[in-house]
Design a protein around this ligand. Structure first.
Ligand SMILES: [Zn+2]
Ligand SMILES: [Zn+2]
Length: 135
């Protein structure tokens, strides 16, 4: 039997890993903080990130995680902006803002276009090469 144990990324304690990524004590603590945030936001829909953190004593980093995981909806709390991982601009969810997402997909598209252009060029070159051989 293999024991699937690991260190909790939050407190460093060794625990039996199941479906959770943190130990039971930290999991409970995170859940407790989540409930605090949820409750505060229900009563204060216009709260921003700083205010929510100050009032609930939940670190901004953890609140940001809740938002990114979609557990806290910024649609219900329009002032709860988090910052884009890429450019640092305020945004409403996900890993990056609309602009960065747009730019990234644009870049990927351009790269794909350049790649297919190269393939076309190579094909043409080989056709020319074959044609020359048959002469
Ligand atoms: Zn822990
Ligand atoms: Zn961005």
């Amino acid at each position: 039997m293999s024991l699937n144990v690991g260190n909790c990324p939050t407190c460093g304690k060794v625990f039996a890993k199941g479906t959770r990524t943190v130990c039971p004590a930290c999991h409970n603590e995170i859940e407790r903080q989540f409930v605090l945030c949820e409750k505060y936001l229900r009563e204060n829909r216009k709260a921003n990130l700083q205010e929510l953190s100050d009032e609930t004593e939940v670190p901004i980093k953890l609140i940001t995680r809740f938002i990114k995981e979609g557990r806290i909806s910024v649609y219900n709390s329009p002032n709860l902006h988090i910052n884009c991982d890429v450019c640092g601009q305020p945004m409403t969810g996900g890993a990056m803002c609309y602009n960065c997402r747009h730019r990234l997909s644009h870049d990927v598209l351009n790269a794909a276009k350049q790649e297919s252009a190269k393939i076309e060029e190579a094909k043409r070159a080989s056709i020319v090469f074959q044609a020359k051989k048959e002469e």
